[in-house]
Design a protein around this ligand. Structure first.
Ligand code: PMP
Length: 419
C-alpha cells in the first residue's frame, strides 16, 4: 500500500491519521510519508524511496537505526520474555550506567516516556517541598501532562488555549521567558516560599534550538538553592546528546532532579527521572509520593538502552560536534546564498536553521520565522531524499551513523532547492 492510500485509511481510524500531531506534516503543507523500515542513517518509505534521516525518531536514534549491538541486545532480551512486571537485572544495569555517566542521578525511577518522567518529577518536587507553584519557561516543552501545557513549545504551542486543560490546573504554573533570569527572580520575590521547582530544558529544543545565555542556568541554580526549591533539568533531548553526561556536564551546573527519555531507550519507549537521594526517597514505596507503571523497567527497553549507552562511550562526541557544525554552517551558507534570511543555532549533534532575518532566542521569535519558506525547503529536500523535521520550530539531529557522503548528498540537495 502506498503512503497516500495508507494516509487516507489512517485518517478514518486516527485523528489526523497520526499518533502524534507533528507527524501529519501540517506545518509544511504536506502529507506524511509512511515508513517501512530504517537502518543506519536511512529510512525507506512504503514505496521504497530512501531518505537520509535528520529526525531519528525525534532524537532517540543517535547511533543510527538498527545499530547492530543495540538490535542484538533487544533480540536477546525478547527471547528471555518481553515483560515481567517484576524487578529484573536490566533495570539495575541501566540505572547503574546512567548513574555512572550522570552522577547527579544518585537514585532514579524508570518510566515509559518523557512525559511520564517530567510529570512524575514535578509531583515529586511538589511532594518533597510541600509547595504547589513551579516555574516553567515559555516555549519549553516537557511532554503533554496538564500542568506543562501552558505556553508549551513544539506542536503544543500552536494549539490555541489548549482545550481540555482547565484554568485551575495551570494556575500554579508560573511562566517566564527562556533566558530571562530577572523574570524568574520576580516570581521568587513574589512567591518564593510557594515555589516547588523550576523545570527547564537546559538547552531548549522545542522552539527550535535556543541555547542558554551565559549565567542563566547558574542563576536558576542559585535561586533554587536560596529558596529551597528543586531545580529540574529536563534532559529528555539533551541527555547523551550534548555530551555523555548531558547538558549538566557540558554547562557544569548540577540540578537536583533530571528527566531523561529518548536516547536511554535505544528506540524503545523509556523515560527516567532521578536525582538527589534525599529527594528520591520521597517516592513510594519508601516515601509517600505515588507513581507506578505496568511496563516500567521493561526488560527489552532496558537492554536496548544499556547497549546504547555502552556504545555511546566508544563514540567521539567532539568529532561529531565538529562535523555537525560544518554541515549546519555549509547548509546555512547555501540557503543564505539563495537570498533567504537564515539564522543558525547549533550545539553538539543538534541544530536548527531558522528562516529568520534576526537571531531567535524565544518562542515569539521562533513563531515569527518564515514558515512558508521552511515548507518549500522541507518539501524539496524530502523529494530529493532528505528527511527533515516537518516543522521549522524543531531540531535537526545528526547521528554517529551518518557518513560524510550522506552530508555531501544533503548539501547537494540543498543546492538544488529553489524558493
Ligand atoms: N521533554 C522534552 C524536552 C521533550 O523534548 C519531550 C518530547 N519531545 C518530552 C519531554 C516528552 O517526551 P515523550 O514524547 O517521550 O513523552
Amino acid at each position: 500500500m502506498d503512503s497516500k492510500t495508507l494516509y487516507a485509511k489512517a485518517q478514518t481510524l486516527m485523528p489526523g491519521g497520526v499518533n502524534s500531531p507533528l507527524r501529519a506534516c501540517k506545518y509544511v503543507n504536506s502529507e506524511p510519508v509512511f515508513i517501512d523500515r530504517a537502518e543506519g542513517a536511512y529510512m525507506w518509505d512504503v514505496e521504497g524511496r530512501q531518505y537520509i534521516d535528520y529526525v531519528f525518531s525525534w532524537g532517540p536514534m543517535i547511533l543510527g537505526h538498527q545499530d547492530p549491538v543495540v538490535t542484538e541486545a533487544a533480540h536477546k532480551a525478547v527471547d528471555m520474555g518481553s515483560s515481567y512486571g517484576a524487578p529484573c537485572f536490566g533495570e539495575v544495569a541501566l540505572a547503574e550506567e546512567i548513574n555512572k555517566l550522570i552522577p547527579s542521578m544518585e537514585m532514579m525511577r524508570m518510566v515509559s516516556s518523557g512525559t511520564e518522567a517530567t510529570m512524575s518529577a514535578l509531583r515529586l518536587a511538589r511532594g518533597y517541598t510541600g509547595r504547589n507553584k513551579f516555574v516553567k519557561f515559555i516555549g519549553n516543552y516537557h511532554g503533554h501532562a496538564d500542568a506543562f501545557l501552558a505556553a508549551a513549545g513544539s506542536a503544543a504551542g500552536v494549539t490555541p488555549g489548549t482545550p481540555g486543560v482547565p484554568e485551575e490546573v495551570v494556575q500554579h504554573t508560573l511562566l517566564a521567558q527562556y533566558n530571562d533570569l530577572d523574570a524568574v527572580k520576580a516570581h521568587f520575590k513574589e512567591s518564593g516560599d510557594e515555589i516547588a521547582c523550576i523545570i527547564v530544558e537546559p538547552a531548549a529544543g522545542n522552539m527550535g534550538l535556543v541555547l542558554p545565555k551565559e549565567g542563566f542556568l547558574q542563576g536558576l541554580r542559585d535561586l533554587c538553592t536560596e529558596y529551597g526549591a528543586v531545580l529540574i533539568f529536563d534532559e529528555v533531548i539533551t541527555g547523551f546528546r550534548l555530551a555523555l553526561g548531558g547538558a549538566q556536564e557540558r554547562y557544569g551546573i548540577t540540578p537536583d532532579l533530571t528527566t531523561l527519555g529518548k536516547i536511554i531507550g535505544g528506540g524503545f519507549p523509556v523515560g527516567c527521572y532521578g536525582g538527589k537521594r534525599e529527594i528520591m526517597e520521597h517516592m513510594a514505596p519508601v516515601g509517600g509520593v505515588f507513581q507506578a507503571g505496568t511496563l516500567s523497567g521493561n526488560p527489552v527497553a532496558m537492554a536496548a538502552g544499556l547497549a546504547t549507552l555502552q556504545r555511546l562511550q566508544e563514540c567521539d562526541y567532539a568529532a561529531q560536534e565538529a562535523r555537525t557544525k560544518a554541515l549546519a554552517e555549509e547548509l546555512t551558507a547555501i540557503i543564505a546564498g539563495k537570498g533567504q534570511s537564515v539564522y543558525l543555532a547549533q550545539v553538539g549533534s543538534a541544530f536548527t536553521m531558522y528562516f529568520s532575518d534576526k537571531p531567535v532566542t524565544s518562542m515569539v521569535e521562533s513563531g515569527q520565522c518564515d514558515a512558508a519558506a521552511y515548507a518549500t525547503y522541507w518539501q524539496q529536500m524530502l523529494a530529493q531524499g532528505v528527511y527533515l523535521a516537518p516543522a521549522g520550530f524543531e531540531c535537526a539531529f545528526t547521528s554517529f551513523a551518518h557518513t560524510d557522503e550522506d552530508f555531501e548528498k544533503t548539501l547537494e540537495a540543498a543546492r538544488n532547492v529553489t524558493f
